[in-house]
Ligand binder design. Structure first.
Ligand code: GLY
Length: 433
């Protein structure tokens, strides 16, 4: 097959890596210097929908895989399908599951998908009342510490969420969003929800709108500093498989993913793409859906693609056509650990343009995925907050960590930021090899 992958980050590099290793010809738009090692990259930005559609037509691709959420929310998959191009990624209606948190929370409530109590507000007065009411919900799994989470409705690159330590902080966060307009139109509406205390897991499933192929669960490390401290990022590292047991993943499938597929069908929303469930598991072991993303996770995709065996291209094409084969994928039993190398300043104002050295690593069990890189003269330089995702396979978390950090430590990038504890809390021992 000839496949167009839209995007140019670490997730897309991992997808291109797996698709080309599966024997497919891949072109990428816009791609990045890492993707260039496997695929022809065309300088078409992800916002240029008409040019992307034109590219898919002129290159006569068999399939388009859309990586990032913004073009999905803006309807790129609809535009491609309108030209008869098989596309992996939901249309604008389905992508609202990520594009609007108010839409998604109301969807969860309507279809009885377990999620924290919430309110959607659009004024500071409504926010204050909701914060007081929701903080007092003090029974059952939501008892927690009386804390609430304040989120903007729209897309905010992972930055529009405040886990408030008390009501005053929650009120201040709501004012920043609704009055100071820190997130512009994304913050026209705000969601106030009860904080669920527990442990998070990312469960990604491929779907054609009817069938589900649940991928191995992954554990993300969201904050910038070790020990889960500091501000949130897009993700500083991931481990697959995660701490979540098969029984827990089966429960997430039955209680969250399947009702979602049924709910989408009942609401008349076609969905062909990834359902990425961000799930919080409380102390009693009950999974609660925090949010959906409508695309592959980043950096969840990196360890998943490192472990994937089987023809990913055939499964994505099947999903795009509404006839996804189930059970066609197999998984390397080893553990994959992805350690993100971030630029100085991330997740705040990022310094870019610094040369990166030590990228010439090529082994069968360590891959350096490029996330935010660019060419500058003869150099590859940093060009984004998250720059690289060094991903290693090992027979245990410890072995995979050792290999990943061995490469990370040889990479030279001025002011680089790396969490040293990726996988430490995964506490997964050997995997029986
Ligand atoms: N790793 C978080 C995300 O992909 O949104």
């Amino acid at each position: 097959m000839k496949i167009l992958v839209v995007g140019g980050g670490g997730r897309e590099h991992a997808l291109v890596y797996r698709l080309t290793h599966g024997g497919h010809e891949v072109i990428a738009a816009p791609g990045n210097p890492g993707i260039e090692a496997h695929a022809r990259c065309l300088p078409v930005p992800i916002e240029a929908h008409a040019r992307l559609v034109e590219l898919a037509v002129s290159e006569a691709v068999d399939l388009v895989v859309v990586g990032p959420e913004a073009p999905l929310v803006a309807g790129l998959a609809d535009d491609l399908r309108a030209k008869g191009i098989p596309t992996f990624g939901p249309g604008a209606a389905g992508a609202q599951l990520e594009g609007s948190k108010a839409f998604s929370k109301e969807f969860f409530a309507r279809h009885k998908i377990p999620t924290a109590p919430f309110a959607v507000v659009s004024t500071v007065a409504e926010a204050d009342a909701a914060i007081e009411r929701i903080a007092q919900i003090g029974h059952g799994p939501h008892s927690g510490s009386g804390q609430v989470v304040v989120k903007v409705d729209g897309l905010a690159a992972g930055k529009g969420v405040v886990v408030a330590s008390d009501a005053a902080e929650a009120r201040a966060a709501a004012r920043e969003m609704l009055e100071a307009r820190r997130f512009s139109d994304a913050g026209t509406r705000v969601i106030i929800e009860k904080r669920i205390i527990g442990r998070e897991v990312s469960v990604l499933a491929l779907t054609d709108g009817t069938r589900l192929e649940v991928l191995p669960a992954t554990e993300d490390h969201k904050t910038i500093f070790d020990g889960d401290t500091g501000p949130n990022t897009g993700g500083m590292g991931t481990v697959s498989p995660s701490w979540a047991s098969d029984a827990l993943v089966a429960r997430i499938r039955a209680e969250i993913l399947q009702p979602t597929i049924a709910g989408l069908a009942a609401d008349g929303i076609p969905y062909r793409g990834v359902l990425y469930a961000g799930v919080m598991v409380d102390e009693a072991g009950t999974p609660w859906l925090l949010e959906y993303n409508c695309r592959f996770g980043d950096p969840e995709t990196q360890p998943i693609m490192a472990r994937l065996k089987g023809d990913l291209g055939a499964v994505l094409l099947g999903a795009a056509r509404g006839e996804m084969p189930v059970g066609a994928l197999a998984w390397d039993p080893r553990v994959a650990v992805c350690v993100v190398v971030a630029a100085a300043g991330y997740p705040g104002a990022v310094r870019t343009g610094d040369p990166i050295r030590g990228l010439d690593v090529s082994t069968t069990d360590v891959v350096v995925f490029h996330a935010g890189t660019a060419h500058k003269g003869a150099d590859v330089v940093s060009a984004g907050g998250r720059v690289l995702g060094v991903t290693a396979l090992g027979i245990s978390v410890e072995q995979a960590r050792g290999k990943a950090y061995g490469v990370v430590d040889r990479i030279e990038l001025a002011g680089k930021q790396v969490r040293r504890d990726i996988g430490v809390r995964t506490r997964l021992g050997g995997v029986g090899l």
